[in-house]
Design a protein around this ligand. Structure first.
Ligand code: HEC
Ligand code: HEC
Length: 512
């Protein structure tokens, strides 16, 4: 997709070798004032986008006519590592974006065997356990609604962990829009450090005092139950809530499946595209990833389809993606509804789970790969992130001397799992990777509401086509809140919807 963010003619897709500038954190003064742009402001951006579109079309035709252009797909790991060593994150972004959008073929490892076969890789919408689909030709295939790196449509739901044939065996999941993932990681790591700090203190205290010590688990104002420690260091985690007993904060996936992006990329590449990274080759039970030889478990005739470094660099690409924004309506009556809607989210207790703001202190994100001898980089998202980057406003202390600390993320989530009742429950629990236990069928991570206007359909399986339906489908811990919404008058429900519809993605020009 050819896109121009915030009306600035900053174009970073398809620029490899063309001498274009990367995104490098440029910010547009217009990003949050997109209301009715003047034609003169839009024109240069539009012309640039159209020109890039034509150039991309040209390169697709070149690919079709020149066999030498057909080799490759993902840029080589060595070249990527050199760029990362030099901190050239905007180039990494460019290549990551190309890899995310590239329609792969069997020659690049797409799909699975048995090989040799002259036929195109077979598409299997229903995944065959950990071996996955093939259910798309690119990451973009499911993440493109509502803008680049967006969500999936109602018909693009992924059908995970099935028997490869019967729909009833598969777990149906909606593809979320990929918004502000790097900042989500930052908040999650800081919360996790706080929780693990509390556990370490409790272990020390229990040993020093020679008695059982119980510690309340709280991070960034969010409650995660409690844990108890015996003097001999035995930890009882039965009182821990909303998080796995290892106290890792896992902000990714509807169930809170992954704490880090690189292992998520490893899994997405393998299960959706049949592209197996090196770490995928190392792990798993025998045969879990296919019946082929060790270097080519999916037996499609292509060995070592992607390296761990490539997954890390794709994870860095994902970490640089922009955050959404809040764009209140301009019409006076709607602006009033917007303001009222925000208050109602509090009175209806929505914000007890959908926390409007979580803050982080440090922009430095460490991205680490999976497998033996993992590649690891630190990226400063304050500089490298794509606009809009969350920024701290220096408001100074209020009348009571309170000054908010850290950079606010207007997320509308507590990054915690909740019991959502039979209304939303799936038939079976979900096993987490790396032996981190399982998440019960009725338990889901509070989905961040940022960007909501552009991320339909809603809920983990995409069953809700509208925001109203999504709210009414809440159950379990959210029953009181849901009933407050359902029993409110039309005007109040309208106000909640006006507010939620103002949670949008930043405006961008798109030429397709
Ligand atoms: C067939 C559709 C499909 C394809 C193709 C696909 N995804 Fe996804 N993606 C999903 C679904 C569905 C989820 C939610 C999974 C869950 O939580 O159970 C998801 C979740 C994610 C998330 C976590 C987002 C969040 O906020 O929790 C990331 C990151 C992601 N995908 C990246 C990728 C990358 C990178 C690729 C390409 C290698 C890719 N996806 C290909 C469907 C797809
Ligand atoms: C007990 C915690 C809790 C409360 C209270 C709660 N929610 Fe949710 N909300 C969740 C969880 C968990 C999900 C994800 C459910 C799923 O994926 O199936 C969710 C999902 C949503 C979604 C769908 C988001 C998407 O992108 O799919 C919307 C919209 C939403 N909530 C709005 C609200 C509103 C409005 C209220 C108040 C009337 C509310 N919620 C109260 C926990 C809560």
């Amino acid at each position: 997709m050819t896109r121009v963010s915030g009306l600035l003619p900053v174009i970073w897709l398809g620029c490899a070798g063309l001498g274009c500038e990367g995104p490098g954190g440029e910010r547009s003064p217009q990003t949050s004032s997109f209301g009715r742009p003047l034609a003169t402001e839009v024109r240069p951006a539009l012309e640039a986008a159209v020109e890039l579109y034509l150039r991309q079309r040209g390169s697709a035709l070149r690919l079709a006519t020149d066999p030498n252009e057909r080799i490759g797909g993902f840029i080589g790991a060595e070249a990527l590592i050199q760029l990362a060593d030099r901190g050239e994150w905007s180039s990494i972004f460019t290549f990551g974006d190309e890899a995310f959008e590239a329609e792969l073929s069997g020659a690049q490892g797409l799909g699975r065997g048995p090989s040799p076969t002259p036929l195109p890789p077979e598409v299997r919408r229903i995944h065959d356990g950990d071996r996955g689909g093939l259910d798309a030709g690119s990451c973009r295939g499911c993440h493109a609604q509502g803008g680049a790196d967006g969500s999936g449509t109602a018909t693009q739901v992924a059908l995970f962990r099935g028997d490869g044939r019967h729909l009833s065996t598969a777990t149906r999941r909606d593809a979320p829009a990929l918004l502000g993932l790097g900042y989500l990681s930052l908040v999650a790591r800081e919360m996790e450090a706080e929780l693990q700090g509390r556990r370490a203190t409790a272990i020390r205290d229990a040993s020093d005092l020679g008695r059982r010590v119980t510690a309340r688990l709280r991070a960034k104002g969010i409650e995660f139950g409690e844990l108890s420690v015996e003097p001999d260091g035995t930890v009882d985690t039965s009182g821990v809530t909303g998080i796995s007993s290892d106290l890792r904060v896992r902000p990714f996936g509807h169930k809170g499946r992954f704490a880090e992006l690189a292992p998520l990329v490893d899994e997405a590449l393998a299960v959706h595209l049949g592209v197996q990274t090196a770490s995928r080759l190392e792990g798993g039970a025998p045969g879990a990833h296919g019946d082929g030889p060790p270097a080519d478990p999916d037996d499609d005739g292509i060995s070592f389809e992607a390296s761990n470094a490539q997954a890390v660099l794709m994870a860095i690409y994902l970490s640089l993606l922009p955050t959404p924004e809040i764009r209140p309506p301009r019409r006076a009556d709607l602006a009033l509804s917007f303001a009222r809607g925000r208050i109602l989210l509090d009175t209806m207790l929505c914000t007890s789970c959908h926390r409007p703001v979580l803050r982080f202190d440090d922009y430095d994100l460490r991205v680490t790969g999976a497998g033996a001898a993992p590649v690891s980089y630190v990226v400063d998202l304050e500089i490298a992130g794509l606009s809009p980057v969350p920024r701290a406003l220096d408001l100074g202390p209020d009348d009571e001397g309170f000054a908010p600390e850290g950079t606010p993320l207007l997320l509308f989530s507590d990054l915690r799992r909740h019991e959502m009742g039979p209304e939303l429950a799936e038939d079976s629990p979900e096993l987490l990777p790396d032996g981190a236990g399982q998440v019960e069928g009725s338990v889901f991570l509070t989905r961040p509401l940022w960007g909501l206007a552009d991320t339909a359909p809603y809920l983990h399986d995409g069953r809700a086509l509208t925001i109203d339906e999504a709210i009414r489908a809440h159950g379990g811990e959210a029953v009181v809140s849901r009933d407050a919404y359902a029993q409110a008058n039309d005007e109040d429900r309208g106000a909640v919807n006006v507010y939620l519809r103002s949670l949008t993605r930043a405006a961008e020009l798109v030429v397709e």
